[in-house]
Write a protein that binds this ligand. Structure first.
Ligand code: SF4
Length: 116
């Protein structure tokens, strides 16, 4: 995500990313306003369960180790690895997302990029 307040381009790691946010209490408004696909609930199907909307996929980024989000307005999705090895470990799940949306840009923790 592009963060104008920090002059941080999209698809590049934030200098304040230390596994969590090093400036969380002072983070810019762009960060405060950001909601990933999991929070927005706009990428994955949900179902009603006891009057609650429940995600059918275990895609909460801090538990999965991967954050999914829109890469552009054309519907392309990016899967950004938050923990080393998670894109490989969770490749079956990532492939399911790719089958649903068409393409997924992979961004590995070490900066490598790929696409499926
Ligand atoms: S929340 Fe913190 S680590 Fe994340 S992009 Fe914003 S400033 Fe950087």
């Amino acid at each position: 995500m592009h963060i104008p307040e920090l002059n941080k381009p999209a698809q590049e790691q934030c200098p304040n990313d230390c596994g969590s946010c090093a400036i969380y209490e002072q983070r810019p408004q762009s960060c405060r306003a950001y909601n990933c696909s999991w929070l927005r609930g706009d990428l994955f199907r949900t179902k009603k369960k006891k009057n609650r909307q429940v995600s059918i996929a275990p895609l909460r980024p801090d538990r999965l180790g991967i954050i999914f989000d829109n890469a552009s307005d054309d519907g392309t999705i990016v899967a950004r690895e938050l923990e080393d090895g998670k894109l490989v470990q969770e490749s079956e799940l990532v492939m399911k997302v790719a089958a649903k949306v068409g393409h997924v840009i992979l961004v590995y923790k070490d900066g490598r990029k790929g696409m499926i």
